[in-house]
Design a protein around this ligand. Sequence first.
Ligand code: ATP
Length: 227
Amino acid sequence: MQETPVLEAQKVNKYFFSPDKTQVLKEVTFQVTRGEFVSIMGKSGCGKSTLLYILSTMDTDYEGKLLIDGEVISGKSPSYLSKIRNEKIGFVFQFHYLLNEFSVLENVMIPGLKLNKKSQPELEHIAMEKLKIFDMQDHALKKANQLSGGQKQRVAIARSLMNDPLIIMGDEPTGNLDKRNSDIVFNIFKELAKEFKQTMLIVTHDPEFAAGTDRIIEMEDGYIIKQ
Ligand SMILES: Nc1ncnc2c1ncn2[C@@H]1O[C@H](COP(=O)(O)OP(=O)(O)OP(=O)(O)O)[C@@H](O)[C@H]1O
């Protein structure tokens, strides 16, 4: 029997209506299977971020079908989508969006608090385990703004793992980092793929990053032209 894809988009079309009606996603159809490390590439403006926004269930205004873990997600209520997001998707962005006034440990715990299923000590323990993966445990009690750019991004990745997501989605997670820190973050992703079989879908402009992933999905003018 064929394995259920972690993520599946079927003929997704997206239009923006201002200033004029423009179709920015055209019949986008693809699957990501468990454990795959996939990158999405394409010229600026081809629709990568728009696609990621839809796949992450944050934008519901599109045509077509989206399935997460075999479940049809398109058309579901905002509260249901929020539950799916918290339980199944981890996010890493170009900018880390850590809360500066909170400690590193507290920042990592946030997705766990949202699920409201575990006690505070349990969440602290899990957050610490996630920090250890990236050798950031000694920084747990620092405020987020006391870290370097690269360290912040490592914490943001640890945070994305807090609820053991089915898939991590990233929008240019190395876009704001210098070469050295980009390499560190890339190696972290690579380790997540190899050691933990973590499924990941990452938008990137960096050909070197993409070359190290299992598969590159290439977009042009709203279409997937290669996958
Ligand atoms: N809210 C919006 N209203 C109207 N047009 C939009 C809106 N958001 C994006 N667009 C347009 O949709 C197209 C795709 O944008 P998107 O941000 O998805 O591209 P991208 O491939 O992620 O680009 P980049 O690599 O520069 O981040 C672009 O032409 C953009 O101008």
